[in-house]
Design a protein around this ligand. Structure first.
Ligand code: BMA
Length: 328
């Protein structure tokens, strides 16, 4: 634990990208996916235009912190003529598999948000692989490895009945088209918990010596509105259905002016992180208040040390109490 007791340290140059950095007039930039591309850090940024609809732009930086350049060629525009992307595309998560980047993102359709997959090798030419999850579903990312020959997808269906909580689910597929064997992976907790109302995956899971490290957003609805904060969990390396640890406390919450106030106040929403070549430094990229792009730095060893202090042995420790006593 570092001297200030915080696990995540905001970059002093935050926000690293704002709407003014775009060559055209847009409303906001936020919720970036992240990866390493040709030796640089690549952010796939959600750009919300003044129409209200979003597309993805690419920003590149040699050190992942400074001197961001908006790529004039790379990015992804929504197919507004399609049903799935009729009202734009949102919140991309990038998983590198072989020499391809699998981008799982939200399509805003007239039937509600749904989960889509597109693949690319260069962020210029894209192959749309279709709908992975029907509405309402979002906050989705794919694992970089197969489990018993099956792909695994983390996603977040939203219940149509209010007040039931929105939980993180895990589903499997033999072919990226047919999904099933679905189960709740990480439930929202209840009552006074910081993640009482909704939870959703942040960046793609990161394979570590202790298992898959998960960073997720938790939402608590207060009299003043919702607060989006971040927490950690750990999944078994061989069997991601097994939740082996879940932190009790949030590790990053809105506190700076750029996180507390924006288009949507009090939101920290990461969709990507990059583990640096030293094997320990993590850069977590997040949208602040649905308005700007920011980064925070952490030590992987410290994150693992923190989450490992909260092992899950019972359904209650997993947070399943929110769902009653039914075995899942
Ligand atoms: C979530 C998503 C995110 C957004 C967040 C806060 O439901 O729609 O895109 O950042 O709400 O508004």
């Amino acid at each position: 634990m570092t001297i200030d007791g915080e696990l995540l340290h905001r970059f002093e140059g935050n926000p690293i990208i704002t709407a003014r950095d775009l060559p055209v007039t847009v409303n906001a930039v936020f919720n970036p996916g992240a990866t390493v591309f040709e030796g640089e850090t690549l952010l796939l940024i959600r750009v919300e235009h003044r129409s209200g609809l979003s597309s993805f732009a690419v920003a590149l930086s040699a050190d992942g912190l400074t001197d961001w350049r908006i790529d004039p060629v790379r990015g992804l525009e929504p197919e507004l003529d399609s049903f799935e992307e009729h009202w734009g595309i949102e919140d991309p998560r990038i998983t590198k598999i072989g020499d391809e980047y699998f981008v799982v993102y939200v399509g805003y359709s007239p039937a509600g948000p749904l989960v889509l997959l597109a693949t690319t090798k260069d962020f210029i030419t894209w192959v749309r692989r279709g709908v992975l999850m029907t509405p309402d579903d979002k906050d989705a990312t794919i694992f970089p490895t197969l489990f018993d020959g099956r792909w695994a997808l983390i996603h977040r269906p939203s219940p149509t009945s209010r007040g039931l909580g929105a939980h993180v689910w895990l589903s499997f597929s033999p072919d990226l088209r047919h999904w099933g064997s679905s189960r709740i992976l990480l439930p929202a907790r209840r009552g006074g918990w910081w993640d009482a109302n909704k939870v959703g995956i942040g960046p793609p899971p990161l394979l570590t010596e202790a298992g898959w490290l998960i960073c997720y957003h938790g939402v608590r609805v207060t009299a003043a509105g919702a607060i989006y904060r971040l927490g950690l969990a750990l999944l078994d390396a061989e069997d991601p259905r097994r939740l082996i640890a879940r932190g009790n406390e949030w590790i990053l919450g809105p506190s700076t002016p750029y996180e507390r106030s924006g288009d949507v106040d009090d939101v920290i929403f990461p969709c990507g992180w990059v583990l640096r070549d030293d094997g320990d430094t993590i850069h977590l990229y997040y949208g602040a208040a649905d308005s700007t792009v920011c980064v925070a730095e952490a030590s992987l060893a410290e994150l693992l040390d923190h989450v490992s202090r909260h092992p899950v042995h019972t359904e209650s420790e997993a947070g399943m109490g929110a769902l009653g006593r039914w075995p899942l």
